[in-house]
Write a protein that binds this ligand. Structure first.
Ligand SMILES: [Zn+2]
Length: 112
């Protein structure tokens, strides 16, 4: 199948336009259950976001620094892994963001 440069469907999504959704996505999952780095990379991959550990870990640390996530060590077989949960502050920030996302979604998808 040939692609012309006018075929908008063949354009890759521009990460700069939606990168702000990634921390929101992480916070959403951390509010639901404890998350860990590699599991989150897989989860984001399922949604079509390719993110490397070198990008995800600083993001997790940033959310932790803001007080949105709290990290604890969890035993995983013979090793320990760091798991993250959303704090009360993180849940509040998530709720506030949902209002913004809902508004944007409405405008983008429904033209309202
Ligand atoms: Zn998800």
């Amino acid at each position: 199948m040939s692609k012309t440069k006018f075929d908008s469907l063949s354009l890759p999504a521009d990460r700069d336009l939606y990168s702000g959704l990634i921390p929101l996505h992480v916070l959403h999952h951390a509010a639901g259950e404890p998350i860990f780095g590699l599991g989150m990379i897989e989860e984001l991959g399922r949604h079509g976001y390719r993110i490397s550990p070198g990008s995800l870990y600083p993001l997790l640390h940033g959310l932790e620094k803001k007080g949105y996530l709290r990290a604890t060590q969890q035993r995983n077989g013979r090793s320990l892994r760091k798991v993250y949960r959303a704090t009360a502050l993180g849940r509040k920030a998530l709720e506030a963001s949902k209002i913004k996302v809902r508004e944007l979604f409405r405008e983008l998808m429904e033209g309202k």
